[in-house]
Design a protein around this ligand. Structure first.
Ligand SMILES: C[S@@+](CC[C@H](N)C(=O)[O-])C[C@H]1O[C@@H](n2cnc3c(N)ncnc32)[C@H](O)[C@@H]1O
Length: 268
């Protein structure tokens, strides 16, 4: 059984995992270098445990203890910090109304080649900046069907709290990993038999409708960043550039919407 520690101040080892949760720059640093991520709400914590991830600690108000305690029966080394809402807000920087927060051990990411070996449809996220978009794409992947997600070296962290929340916990369910830079990534994808389909707004692109009429057996759908879209390198490694024609002078879709439209069309 996890040990329970009632906290009255900030001086407890382990509480630093929860400091400044709204400060994206700070968290980017501390979470990756300390090998942790934050799961928010009992539902997401349950999903994380179900995915085989290990909890370091949990931070909650007394009223949520009975819901969380049974989930932790296999983790005697986990500490449950119980504190007032004021103290929790002082530590985290926001009003935690979703019940509990858990600091989870960041899992080791799978080898890209292993993920590709078991897949026929994958989504590649190139340098997406916004954690909300990353989360929404994972939700689309889980709901509409792709076997895995690959993120480029500079893409926002799928395990950042906001990504996890917006994804409805699907970042803990959909297999994902980081890709190397494009020259190596292209080789990995091609060696595994994937056709690289870059989603972009290019005049000479194939429309999504015609691409899905007779799609290749293994497809990697590549999506670009919110501002500039796909890099020149991504467009160069693409086997096909695919576009979703826009009406009424609208120049593009939000990247998560584009992923949903493309996955739906590809799987219909
Ligand atoms: C907001 S868009 C980027 C817009 C950027 N100005 C451009 O020209 O690509 C972000 C990503 O969503 C995808 N996307 C959005 N709308 C699309 C469309 N109509 N056709 C194909 N891909 C689209 C692309 O992968 C794009 O890189």
């Amino acid at each position: 059984m996890a040990s329970i520690v009632h906290i009255a101040d900030l001086e407890h080892e382990g509480l630093q995992d929860y400091v400044g949760l709204t400060d994206v720059a700070l968290r980017k640093n501390t979470e990756q270098s300390n090998g942790l991520y934050i799961a928010e709400s009992s539902k997401v914590i349950e999903r994380a445990l179900h995915a085989g991830h290990r909890p370091r600690s949990v931070l909650l108000q007394e009223q949520w203890l009975s819901a969380i305690e049974p989930l932790l029966s296999d983790f005697p080394e986990c500490t449950v910090f119980v504190g007032s809402s004021e103290l929790i807000e002082q530590i985290t920087g926001f009003d935690v109304h979703r019940g509990a927060l858990a600091s989870m051990e960041r899992p080791t990411l799978p080898n890209p080649a292993d993920l590709l070996a078991a897949a026929t449809r994958v989504v590649v996220l190139e340098d997406i900046v916004d954690h909300t978009n990353v989360g929404a794409i994972f939700r689309a992947v889980a709901g509409l069907g792709a076997d895995a997600v690959f993120v480029t070296p500079r893409c926002a962290d799928p395990l950042y709290r906001r990504s996890v929340r917006v994804s409805m916990g699907t970042v803990l369910q959909v297999p994902w990993t980081r890709l190397p830079e494009w020259t190596d990534a292209r080789e990995l994808l091609h060696d595994a038999g994937f056709h690289i389909a870059a989603l972009a707004l290019a005049e000479d692109a194939v429309t999504l409708r015609s691409f899905v009429l007779n799609p290749p057996h293994k497809v990697a759908l590549v999506l670009g960043s919110e501002g500039d879209g796909l890099s020149r390198q991504a467009l160069e490694v693409a086997d096909t550039v695919v576009t979703i024609p826009m009406l009424h002078g609208v120049d593009s879709l939000n990247v998560a919407s584009a992923s949903a439209v493309a996955l739906y069309a590809l799987n219909s």
